[in-house]
Design a binder for this molecule. Structure first.
Ligand code: SAH
Length: 249
């Protein structure tokens, strides 16, 4: 994304993006542009839809409930969605919002809530999770919104891993692992498709940990000598993965 457009608001939209296309935004996005940001006719915004790259658009009307836009030019070509899979035991509401946003900013392509023995919540508001991913994607200038999946149990995830994720290795953030640097274990995965799994506040149960450690595709790693909060561990794990074998090139 050219930094020249960095100051412009970015909106994730559904319709196709092509030169000269016109579109009218829904109520929420119109209110955000016209009322909150006080954008008026002639002002510019950046649109992306996960398929057609990023486009510069101009307000044709600034009606608070139905802003009309005309597309001007493409300013970034579409790049493939990240292949980094992020699995986590969902946390309580505001921490959950935070984790979804951070996973998006850190470049997760798939966000998979995983229900484990000590997971605190069992019913997730999927729309809320998606809204958090969209908001984070708009802010951090990615061109695709991560695919936020509906929750499944750890057993179901592991039972279906071989078919769903054939060649993907699963990095397990395991707080019981002896404190060590994850650099070596993660470096060994260079060039491979990877996922990362973060447990709940209460950690993984002994049964869960022993099953995970018995699986050939699981790569347990330590995130250092301190016990991190689950949302801290999320950012720490994603950061080391992106820095060592990911897209922080
Ligand atoms: N059982 C402890 C730890 C849970 S921390 C407790 O009850 O407080 C939540 C999750 O963050 C863990 O399941 C693990 O996935 C991750 N995590 C936290 N600290 C870690 C560390 N030092 N190394 C690896 N993973 C860690």
């Amino acid at each position: 994304m050219p930094r020249t457009h960095a100051s412009l608001p970015r909106l994730f939209v559904q319709p196709e993006l092509a030169a000269g296309a016109q579109m009218t935004l829904g109520k929420d996005q119109s209110l955000y542009l016209a009322a909150v940001l006080r954008k008026t006719v002639g002002d510019e915004v950046v649109l992306f839809n996960g398929r057609d790259g990023a486009w510069l658009a101009r307000l044709q009307s600034d009606a608070k409930k139905s802003v009309a836009l005309e597309l001007i030019e493409q300013i970034a070509v579409q790049t493939p969605r990240s292949d980094l899979w992020y699995g986590f035991a969902p946390l309580k509401t505001e921490r959950l919002d935070y984790v979804i946003q951070k996973a998006t900013e850190m470049g997760a392509g798939v966000i998979q809530p995983v229900l484990t023995r000590f997971t605190q919540v069992n019913r997730l508001k999927h729309d809320r999770l998606v809204a958090n991913a969209v908001e984070a994607a708009e802010q951090c200038e990615v061109l695709s919104v991560p695919d936020v999946r509906t929750e499944l149990t750890l057993d179901r995830l592991l039972d279906s891993w071989a078919t769903e994720h054939a060649d993907r290795r699963l990095i397990l953030a395991d707080e019981v692992e002896a404190s060590a640097s994850p650099v070596e274990a993660i470096s060994a995965l260079k060039g491979q498709r990877v996922g990362v799994l973060i447990g709940p506040e209460g950690g993984f149960s002994d049964e869960e940990r022993s099953r995970l450690h018995s699986l050939p595709f699981v790569v347990p790693v330590s995130l250092g000598p301190r016990i991190l909060r689950a949302d801290t561990a999320a950012v720490a794990a994603l950061a080391v993965i992106q820095a060592i074998i990911g897209d922080w090139r």
